[in-house]
Design a protein around this ligand. Sequence first.
Ligand SMILES: CC(=O)N[C@H]1[C@@H](OP(=O)(O)OP(=O)(O)OC[C@H]2O[C@@H](n3ccc(=O)[nH]c3=O)[C@H](O)[C@@H]2O)O[C@H](CO)[C@@H](O)[C@@H]1O[C@H](C)C(=O)N[C@@H](C)C(=O)N[C@H](CCC(=O)O)C(=O)O
Ligand SMILES: Nc1ncnc2c1ncn2[C@@H]1O[C@H](COP(=O)(O)OP(=O)(O)OP(=O)(O)O)[C@@H](O)[C@H]1O
Ligand SMILES: N[C@H](CCC[C@H](N)C(=O)O)C(=O)O
Ligand SMILES: [Mg+2]
Length: 498
Amino acid sequence: MKLYELLQLIPGSRIVGDSNKSIQGIEVDSRLVKPGDLFICIIGFQMDGHHYASQAIKQGAAALVTNYELDVEAPQIIVKNSRFALAIFSNHFFNYPSQKLKLIGVTGTNGKTTTTYLLEKILQDRGFQTGLMGTIEMKIGNRSHEVKNTTQDVLELQRSLSRMVESGAQYCVMEASSHGLELGRVKGCDFKTAIFTNLTQDHLDFHMTMEQYREAKSLLFSRLGNIYNEDPEKRKTAILNADDPSSVYFEKVTAAHVITYGIDQEADVRAKDVKTFSEGTSFRLESYAGNANFRLNLIGKFSVYNVLAAIAAALAEGLNLQEIKSSLEAVEGINGRFEKVSEGQDFSVIVDYSHTPDSLENVLTTIKQFAKRKVICVFGCGGDRDRTKRPMMGEIVGKYSDYCLITSDNPRTENGLEILKDIEPGVISAGKSKDQYDLFVDRKQAIEKAIEMANCEDVVLIAGKGHENYQEINGIRYDFDDRLIAKKTLKKFSVKRL
Ligand SMILES: CC(=O)N[C@H]1[C@@H](OP(=O)(O)OP(=O)(O)OC[C@H]2O[C@@H](n3ccc(=O)[nH]c3=O)[C@H](O)[C@@H]2O)O[C@H](CO)[C@@H](O)[C@@H]1O[C@H](C)C(=O)N[C@@H](C)C(=O)N[C@H](CCC(=O)O)C(=O)O
Ligand SMILES: Nc1ncnc2c1ncn2[C@@H]1O[C@H](COP(=O)(O)OP(=O)(O)OP(=O)(O)O)[C@@H](O)[C@H]1O
Ligand SMILES: N[C@H](CCC[C@H](N)C(=O)O)C(=O)O
Ligand SMILES: [Mg+2]
């Protein structure tokens, strides 16, 4: 691809040097530049990519994209905003892959990952080739690839979509995080369907206010195509949660066809008579496409919302309700979400990815419905993340559990004990006394203590890390898996009991 071809895509940009030069690839990280690449200099939160221009050229970069002219021996396309240029150029370089498959985006504070896997299951069962992108992995068909972020950076994202298209994917289901939306990682993505799960507090370190957080989420809906299309194959749809007040705003900003789902309020796809059991849920679905009785292995009312969102999106694709139902009823569970760990012990151990006030409250109130005896909760709060949610999470755990073990959950660059101390006042304000909670910087010790103190029919909830297989401390990811630690401890513990 020649530089002049890219130059034409951004009116107002200019070139210094040979516009006839060809590029073979695009790169934003100087360390990964290959000969012939176009290196785009991005001003980030930690670094300024412009400072790595010389390194990129040394590694063989054919040309640069910059925000200002640099004194280097390589052609430069100078633009006003190199992040915007990155989105435009990546989409163009990979030949607009999102237009070649049906792209379904899921946004919301909680339930995104779960909803994407439910939809993937429904689509795969109907014989569609799928791709998936989210917190746990990027998948092309059933092949898994590692990811750094829930919503990958624009270049990686377009590259992944292009690989999906090459492999014959007809659908891609992806999580659109608020960071992803705000930082333009999904710019240029032509979504066919946008799903909203819910909006509660998280990420205020980045968005500052709930209004701005909602505004970021709204980008998924406001950018959805604005022409109602008779042909369902081309129709853009916004799937909104009727029980969440933010949906009113998203409905306002989208010009797409809206389908609502919910439990408490009237909705196009509604669950009635919701019953929750210790092993699953049941409800009667009433929808514009027919009614059906569901019996699921997924636990808690919150799971019913994710299921409804997936049903609504699948119905929008014209899929058959009975077939959707059999796919969903066959789902055993989602990796690291309300995952039971059992070594034959006489109490329950549950590993869950609840790391926000709302998800913790949902999971704990669900557990409270079935717990015959005590609830013991191991939890923490991430470092370098929203500090205001720490006492809130402490209060929720203090309120709904009998014993709280406050511990580390990816302290990142913060001091582990300081984070625990930010959480502690919440636990105290919920009325917990010194003999009802403890602090362990070492998460392994916290898990061991929880399991050791559990008695018959108690429930131990290990919250916050779910599928994660690491503990991040000062930039290093140490091997750590709540499920493995719990299993090992249970084995050790049963030996001790014998
Ligand atoms: C705050 C944030 O989102 N930061 C993201 C951002 O990093 P940054 O702006 O700090 O980048 P930087 O390190 O300053 O580098 C700037 C530029 O210099 C380049 N560089 C840098 C060093 C070098 O030697 N050479 C070089 O060329 C970099 O490649 C980059 O282009 O761009 C990086 C590359 O895309 C991201 O990986 C990084 O995500 C960090 C790891 C992160 O933790 N993000 C979290 C907050 C996040 O995005 N989470 C969401 C939300 C999940 C949820 O909903 O719960 C997600 O989607 O994952
Ligand atoms: N619809 C829901 N409403 C509230 N809480 C939920 C819902 N679905 C899941 N949860 C809770 O949130 C946790 C995370 O779920 P999931 O991974 O599906 O959400 P996510 O939105 O992808 O999270 P992240 O932003 O970290 O990627 C679950 O472990 C569960 O505790
Ligand atoms: N995507 C979320 C995940 C949080 C998971 C939790 N274990 C933590 O580290 O805080 C974030 O990056 O804020
Ligand atoms: Mg997720």
